[in-house]
Design a protein around this ligand. Structure first.
Ligand SMILES: CCCCCCCCCC/C=C\CCC/C=C/C(=O)SCCNC(=O)CCNC(=O)[C@H](O)C(C)(C)COP(=O)(O)OP(=O)(O)OC[C@H]1O[C@@H](n2cnc3c(N)ncnc32)[C@H](O)[C@@H]1OP(=O)(O)O
Ligand SMILES: Cc1cc2nc3c(=O)[nH]c(=O)nc-3n(C[C@H](O)[C@H](O)[C@H](O)COP(=O)(O)OP(=O)(O)OC[C@H]3O[C@@H](n4cnc5c(N)ncnc54)[C@H](O)[C@@H]3O)c2cc1C
Length: 616
């Protein structure tokens, strides 16, 4: 199919090599080539062909995705793939923006076995689980409790005579609920999204399991019922850490899809007039459309950068823990908590902005933006609700203030809290990314000190930490967000500095995006900068001008920057986001193919007939 002339023209501009940026995003040219190979292994294999999942009922969708997920597993085994990124490539190429039915087995059942099973148990369960000889799920949440783990009511009473645990969900609120991939007792019913996953309920009534079913690497129960505590009790929370550490990159992936669709479509879509008589411009030439999409484009790159960094950090910490070193578990937990909370929240807001920016066609499943949205938005609740996780980060920051007062060294990701910040010169409209980073770190430091002073005062008054925290939860959450933005901006600046050395032309365009991310973040909290006397009105006016100027620099690069995400059309599955930009013809073809247009609408005639017969 010929290329849409608008997109063809957009691809003649640009100042950097798209392929080189794709290689950087993938982690090197070899990884790009391997990703292409794996995608083709799926896309060319007829077993992965099937009905357009956007036309399917919940039951049909589950069945079709289960069929495909089993094919994904076979393909992954056939190709001897054990790298999680490569396995995710095969999975994503097949799932058409859905979450597969066996996802929880991979991300929430296998991971805890890996982390908390002893060698014997690994042989018994982990090895067969990795081969899908046993399929598992993660049944923690109950009808009455999800966030408050210490409030869970399920019982495991030890029967010393039989060396067994007797499991019970003694109350209705104790019923296990939301259990992804729970194939035993029942499905919890239709949901907002996640149609490919059978989130189940599980009632336990005197279910007996052997003593050695308790994962024994971190704590065990001896034959006489004595509980031997793990060296570090918090490691039992570790199973939730793995998914949280991975979700920032999942957020980046989903936001990258949404901005690819919205930016390509905004170049194809012509609407209204700027100069009368000069034809309808591309909607991406409207400053308001750029103001919707370019900060999100910058955000997608920022989230990808920090998502890769978080996964590397987490993997290092897990290796340390496997060797018995727990000193970085707390930092890993709060980084994963803060990044998972902020990134997934801003991603679902961003996907919605992308959908709105495509007008009516964004509301059609032909765009796939609604599919991406309803499956992504769960990530702000699942694996730790946003506020719950931000509070974890906030409590850690309050401890950092005490550490600072006591001269205890801080973890590297919060070292900036010990730095002094001053800004004397007036900002013009070309503030560099390092100065923007310093400002964002300054705000986080000041906010942490400000919140800590309130919490301390409350603690003095009540002597109760939980009460003190509860009274200031709103500003504690804002404090955690401010710190997390400092972590994101630091990762982005660090990566762009590195790329500026290795590939100046790519680095330059990414530095523009980094400035857009930083200026947008600062303008979103401009009042704080005035209140803390870090910026004046003139500074803010100047960086507002800078933002609009940056949009003009990014405009000719925008399509190339989304092309660099390198989504195959069959992976993106969006008519608005097609690489060739042939939207209208394919929208019409897709609509005509809808089963709704094929069914004989006998019902229509039947009921309208009644109207005609009725004496209205
Ligand atoms: C093949 C490829 C496939 C690719 C697939 C890619 C697509 C994937 C898309 C799908 C992704 C996800 C699917 C969704 C799956 C969802 C699963 C779930 O939802 S499972 C259930 C999750 N539930 C939760 O997260 C519960 C949240 N609540 C909590 O975690 C707790 O309430 C907590 C821990 C926040 C509070 O704990 P508690 O009440 O005990 O008190 P404290 O706050 O005082 O904490 C005690 C102490 O422990 C430390 N801590 C807490 N959590 C952790 C942790 N996780 N790790 C380490 N340490 C932790 C905390 O800091 C305190 O320390 P202290 O020093 O005492 O202050
Ligand atoms: C798509 C999806 C898949 C899931 N898969 C699984 C799974 O496979 N296995 C599993 O075990 N669970 C699963 N879950 C459940 C998930 O882990 C919980 O929904 C999540 O932990 C939130 O807990 P909750 O639902 O009890 O919400 P609640 O904690 O009841 O939250 C309700 C509101 O109360 C607020 N709140 C609660 N506590 C506090 C507090 N201390 N301070 C301030 N505000 C508070 C929250 O911020 C929120 O606004 C899944 C959920 C979803 C949506």
């Amino acid at each position: 199919m010929p290329m849409n002339p608008d997109l063809e023209k957009e691809r003649q501009g640009g100042t950097f090599d798209v392929e080189q940026l794709t290689h950087i995003l993938d982690g090197g040219r070899d990884k790009t080539l391997k990703r292409h190979f794996l995608e083709q292994e799926v896309l060319k294999d007829p077993v992965f062909r099937g009905p357009d999942t956007r036309f399917l009922s919940r039951e049909e969708l589950f069945g079709e995705l289960l069929r495909k997920h089993v094919a994904v597993i076979k393909k992954t085994q056939e190709l001897s793939i054990d790298d999680i990124n490569e396995a995710s490539t095969i999975y994503s190429a097949a799932m058409n923006n859905n979450v597969g039915p066996l996802t929880l087995h991979s991300v929430a059942f296998v991971a805890p076995l890996d982390l908390m099973a002893d060698d014997e148990q690994k042989k018994k369960w982990l090895i067969p689980a990795k081969k899908y000889e046993i399929i598992g799920c993660y049944a923690q949440t109950e009808l009455g409790h999800g966030s408050f783990i210490r409030g869970l009511e399920t019982r495991a009473d030890y029967d010393v005579n039989t060396q067994q645990f007797v499991l019970n969900t003694p109350t209705e609120t104790a019923i296990k609920w939301w259990v992804g991939g729970c194939v035993a007792v029942g499905d919890i019913g239709p949901k907002f999204g996640f149609g490919g996953v059978d989130n189940g309920y599980l009632c336990l009534n005197n279910v007996r399991i052997p003593r050695d079913n308790l994962l024994a690497k971190t704590g065990k129960v001896l034959e006489d019922g004595t509980y031997v505590k793990p060296e570090n009790p918090k490691v039992v929370y570790g199973s939730m850490l793995g998914i949280r550490a991975a979700l920032p990159k999942v957020g980046a992936y989903n936001l990258s899809k949404a901005v690819t669709i919205a930016i390509r479509y905004s170049c194809v879509r012509h609407q209204s007039e700027i100069k009368p008589g000069c034809g309808e411009p591309q909607v991406l030439d409207y400053q308001t459309q750029q103001h919707k999409l370019f900060p999100l484009l910058a955000t997608a790159y920022a989230f990808h950068t920090v998502g890769v960094w978080m996964l590397d950090f987490h993997s290092t910490v897990m290796n340390e823990i496997n060797e018995g070193h727990y000193h970085r578990l707390a930092e890993d937990h709060v980084l994963a908590a803060g990044l998972k909370a902020v990134i997934n929240w801003k991603t679902h807001e961003g996907i919605e902005i992308c959908r709105f920016s495509c007008g009516g066609h964004g509301y059609s499943l032909a765009s796939s933006l609604p599919v991406i949205y309803v499956n992504h938005v769960a990530n702000s609740t699942a694996e730790g609700e946003t506020v719950i996780l931000l509070l974890q980060t906030a409590v850690y920051l309050m401890k950092c203030v005490i550490d600072l007062e006591q001269g205890t060294p801080l973890d590297p990701s919060v070292a900036y809290l010990d730095q002094s910040f001053s800004k004397s010169e007036q900002w013009c409209s070309d503030v560099d990314m390092h100065s923007l980073l310093k400002a964002i770190q300054f705000r986080s430091k000041k906010f942490t000190e400000y919140v800590s002073s309130f919490v301390k005062k409350e603690l003095m008054a009540t002597g109760n930490q939980q009460l003190a925290f509860n009274k200031h939860k709103v500003i504690l959450v804002e404090c955690a967000k401010a710190h997390t933005e400092a972590v994101i901006m630091n990762a982005f600046v660090t990566k762009v500095d590195e790329i500026l050395q290795s590939n100046p032309s790519v680095g330059k365009v990414l530095s523009l995006l980094c400035q857009i991310y930083g200026v947008t973040e600062i303008l979103a909290h401009s009042g704080d900068y005035i209140q803390y006397e870090y910026l004046r009105k003139i500074d803010l006016d100047n960086i507002q001008d800078q933002l609009f100027k940056l949009y003009t620099y990014i405009r000719p690069e925008a399509v190339l920057l989304v092309d660099a995400f390198d989504f195959h059309d069959e992976v993106l599955k969006s008519i608005l986001g097609r690489y060739d930009g042939q939207v209208y013809e394919n929208m019409f073809k897709w609509a005509k193919a809808s089963p709704f247009n094929k069914q004989d609408q006998g019902t229509f005639r039947k009921y309208i007939q009644q109207l005609k017969q009725a004496k209205l």
